[in-house]
Design a protein around this ligand. Structure first.
Ligand code: AMP
Length: 114
């Protein structure tokens, strides 16, 4: 499977501003933040895109959202609100082919997205 920059962050081969880590997940600040809070929450398992999620990953993906929810609370944006985004493939602008959940908050977001 293709090694991405996020695999290197998981292995601590390149630095990142890590805000959470456990056996299954890593969360770190996006290097080009689009909001006052912009965290990437990733499973350590290498899943390239949403299209590659398998039935066996169902619990893992559920826990990915629980980590995001807990981080939103810890970072003080639970009540003001936040946006969770997963880009899949080129039309959505996916740049890194290791599944990641963007946790964005600290400002208002428009809808629909541009
Ligand atoms: P996506 O377009 O959904 O694939 O998002 C990839 C995200 O990864 C972008 O928001 C980038 O700014 C972010 N990113 C790329 N390299 C790094 C890095 N080394 N550390 C933190 N965030 C990164």
């Amino acid at each position: 499977m293709a090694d991405t920059i996020f695999s290197k962050i998981i292995r601590k081969e390149i630095p990142a501003d890590i805000v959470y880590e456990d056996d299954e997940f890593l969360a770190f600040r996006d290097i080009a933040p689009q909001a006052p809070v912009h965290i990437l929450v990733i499973p350590k398992k290498e899943i390239p895109t949403v299209n590659d999620i398998e039935e066996e990953d169902a619990n893992l993906i559920g826990r990915l959202f629980l980590v995001a929810k807990q981080l939103a609370s810890k970072l003080g944006i639970s009540e003001s609100g936040y946006r969770l985004v997963i880009n899949c493939n080129k039309d959505a602008g996916q740049a890194v082919y290791h599944l990641h959940l963007h946790l964005l908050g600290g400002r208002k977001f428009s809808w629909p997205p541009g």
